[in-house]
Design a binder for this molecule. Sequence first.
Ligand SMILES: Nc1nc2c(ncn2[C@@H]2O[C@H](COP(=O)(O)OP(=O)(O)OP(=O)(O)O)[C@@H](O)[C@H]2O)c(=O)[nH]1
Ligand SMILES: [Mg+2]
Length: 219
Amino acid sequence: MKQIQWFPGHMFKSLRQIRERMTLMDIVLVLLDSRLPSSSMNPEIFKIIKDKPTLILFNKMDLADDSILNQWVEYYEKQGYLTLKIDSQTGKNVNKIHEYAQMVLKEKLERTRQKGLKDRAIRTMILGIPNVGKSTLINQLSKSSATKTGNTPGVTKAQQWIKLSDDFHLLDTPGVLWPKFEDPKVGYHLAITGAIKDKILPEDDVVKYALTFLKKYYP
Ligand SMILES: Nc1nc2c(ncn2[C@@H]2O[C@H](COP(=O)(O)OP(=O)(O)OP(=O)(O)O)[C@@H](O)[C@H]2O)c(=O)[nH]1
Ligand SMILES: [Mg+2]
């Protein structure tokens, strides 16, 4: 199997931007592909988000094998993460994201209220590897919002926010992370599902891998 050496320069730039923007966030939405919850997880992600509250979203739930997906749900929930399965294309469960974000931030929101402070809007951003559905989710979320974009001064420059509601604001540009590559199998999974360009791995190998995989797991 061919090992991919794949860390384009724009990923360094993207990583720097993510780190900058992270300081503005109350919670991050980590978007995974339900068909490949492991391969679509960036290996460094928990170092990048540190102890920032996180909601894990399994996108493309419509394309996944639910019994296997449920094992991943269990895996992350055991580690203390709240997760939600969504379909960004049809919008299934997308309207639950706000409520889930509030659940993740429950204690923090309660503390604010106890101090008699008024809540400010929850600020969030989407993080995920290429093709996982970040833009589709942003479009789906903003469909129902009255105010499309607003300007809030950021750390270095003004950031564009989508006001999904008065108390839930989404940064309009998602953070793009690189996928996991240490296991050569992952490269094949990403090629088959379209997360990496067709040219990166030899087509014959990808097709051979896909057929072997399907024969083994879905004969
Ligand atoms: N079946 C299905 N397809 C989806 C879903 N979400 C996104 N897609 C499709 O997945 C493809 C990639 O979606 P994008 O929203 O462009 O992904 P992205 O993460 O913004 O990709 P980059 O901008 O390249 O990083 C598109 O063809 C979408 O229509 C989903 O929940 N279900
Ligand atoms: Mg996009």
